[in-house]
Design a protein around this ligand. Structure first.
Ligand SMILES: Cc1cc2nc3c(=O)[nH]c(=O)nc-3n(C[C@H](O)[C@H](O)[C@H](O)COP(=O)(O)O)c2cc1C
Ligand SMILES: CCCCC(=O)C(=O)O
Length: 361
C-alpha cells in the first residue's frame, strides 16, 4: 500500500471497495451528523505551541494503560461487524493490533467469537460490553470474556436508546448470510429481526437494557475481577460518578457521533473530565474524529492517557485486511512521532496542556 500516505486515503479506498450499505453503516452518524463532523473539525481549532532546541533524537510513544506497558498510545476502539470489511474480520484486526503493540477492544457485536480472537492475539484484548435486558446473557458474556483471557471490560453507556441513523434506515442495514454475532450464539441472539428499516436498530430496541443506571456499574464491578472502564462519558460530573461507582477508567466518547447528535466534540470536553478525575487514579482514554498524529498529540497533551480510533481501522481492514490495519496504525503513529519531535517532546508523559492553545480567530 505504498501509494497511501494518510488515513483519508484509506477511507477513499474503502469507500470504493465496500458495498454502499456497509460503507454507510461504518461512515455514518446520527441525524444531521453534526457531532460526527464536529469531532473531526474541533482539532483544527487547536494550535500546537511547540518548543524548539530540546534534543529530540530519541523519542518513545510507549504508555502504561490498564497496568500494561504498550508501544503505541493509539488503541483500537470497539466497532461491530468486522467481517463486513474483510473475510477474517476481527482476526485480521487483532493480529494487526499485536504487531503494532497496542490494545484491541473487541465489540460485543463482533462477528468472530471472543475465544478465537484472543487465541489469535499477541497483545491485550479488552471486551466491550453491551448490557442486555436478559441479564443472564450479559453475565455469560462477562464470563466468556474472562475465560477467554480478555484483560479489561468496557461498559458502553451511551447506547441504551437507539439513535436515528437515516442512512441505515434507508439502506435497510442487515447482516448478510453467513455473518452473525458470534458472541451471542449461546444466548440465542446472534442475528437481527426481520424489518424493513435498520435491522441493527430493531435488534438494539429489542435487546439492550434501557434501564441501565449507575448502580449497574457497581453490579458489574462486583461481578468481575477485571478492570472496568465506562465508555461514552462527555461530562465531568458523570466521570466523577463513574469513579465513585468503581470504574477503573473512563473513555471520553460520543460514540463517534453515532448516538446523540449535537453532543459536544470530545476534544472540547476532555479538559473538564481530566479536571474532574484529578486525584482519583481513574485512567482516561478518548475517541472521536482522530485522523492525524497532531490530533493524537492534542488529546494526549490535554490529559488523555491514550486515544482510540474507530472508523480508520475499518477503512484499513476493508482496503487490505490485516496489512491495511497495520498500515493505518503505522501511519498515525509515525505522524504522532513527527509531531512530538517537532514540538520538542520525546515521551508521551512530557506532553502537557501548555502545548495547546485555541486558534486565534
Ligand atoms: C461502524 C462502527 C461500529 C461501532 N460499534 C461499536 C460497538 O459495538 N461498541 C461500542 O462501544 N462502540 C462502537 N462504536 C463507536 C466506537 O467505539 C468509537 O467510539 C468511535 O468510532 C470513535 O470515533 P471515530 O470513528 O471517529 O474514531 C462503533 C463505531 C463505528 C464507526
Ligand atoms: C448501538 C450499538 C450498535 C453497534 C454500534 O455501536 C454502532 O453501530 O455504533
Amino acid at each position: 500500500m505504498s501509494s497511501i500516505f494518510s488515513l483519508e486515503q484509506y477511507r477513499e479506498k474503502a469507500c470504493k471497495q465496500l458495498p454502499k450499505m456497509v460503507y454507510d453503516y461504518y461512515a455514518g452518524g446520527a441525524s444531521d451528523e453534526i457531532t460526527l463532523r464536529n469531532n473531526d473539525r474541533a482539532y483544527d481549532r487547536l494550535a500546537i505551541r511547540y518548543h524548539v532546541m530540546q534534543d529530540v533524537e530519541d523519542r518513545s510513544l510507549s504508555i502504561s494503560i490498564g497496568g500494561e506497558r504498550i508501544d503505541c498510545p493509539i488503541l483500537i476502539a470497539p466497532t461491530a461487524f468486522h467481517r463486513l470489511a474483510s473475510e477474517q474480520g476481527e482476526l485480521d484486526t487483532v493480529r494487526a493490533a499485536g504487531n503494532a503493540g497496542t490494545v484491541m477492544i473487541l465489540s460485543t457485536l463482533a462477528t468472530t467469537a471472543v475465544e478465537d480472537v484472543v487465541a489469535a492475539a499477541s497483545g491485550p484484548v479488552w471486551f466491550q460490553l453491551y448490557v442486555y435486558r436478559d441479564r443472564q446473557a450479559t453475565r455469560d458474556l462477562v464470563r466468556r470474556a474472562e475465560a477467554a483471557g480478555c484483560s479489561a471490560l468496557v461498559l458502553t453507556a451511551d447506547a441504551q436508546v437507539w439513535s436515528v441513523r437515516e442512512r441505515d434506515e434507508r439502506n435497510g442495514f442487515t447482516l448478510p448470510e453467513g455473518i452473525s454475532m458470534q458472541n451471542l450464539e449461546a444466548s440465542g441472539k446472534p442475528t437481527f429481526p426481520e424489518t424493513e428499516g435498520s435491522g441493527l436498530g430493531a435488534y438494539v430496541e429489542q435487546n439492550f437494557d434501557r434501564s441501565l443506571k449507575w448502580s449497574d456499574l457497581d453490579w458489574l464491578a462486583g461481578l468481575t475481577d477485571l478492570p472496568v472502564w465506562i465508555k461514552g462519558v462527555v461530562r465531568g460530573d458523570d466521570a466523577r460518578r463513574a469513579a465513585e461507582h468503581g470504574a477503573d477508567g473512563v473513555i471520553v466518547s460520543n460514540h463517534g457521533g453515532r448516538q446523540l447528535d449535537t453532543s459536544p466534540a470530545t476534544i472540547t470536553v476532555l479538559p473538564e473530565i481530566v479536571q474532574a478525575l484529578e486525584g482519583t487514579g481513574t485512567e482516561i482514554l478518548m475517541d472521536g474524529g482522530i485522523r492525524r498524529g497532531t490530533d493524537v498529540l492534542k488529546a494526549l497533551a490535554l490529559g488523555a492517557d491514550g486515544v482510540c480510533i474507530g472508523r480508520p481501522i475499518l477503512w484499513g481492514l476493508a482496503a487490505n485486511g490485516q496489512a491495511g490495519v497495520e498500515d493505518v496504525l503505522r501511519i498515525l503513529a509515525n505522524e504522532l512521532d513527527v509531531a512530538m519531535g517537532l514540538s520538542g517532546v520525546t515521551s508521551v508523559d512530557d506532553l502537557t496542556p501548555d502545548l495547546i492553545a485555541p486558534v486565534a480567530e
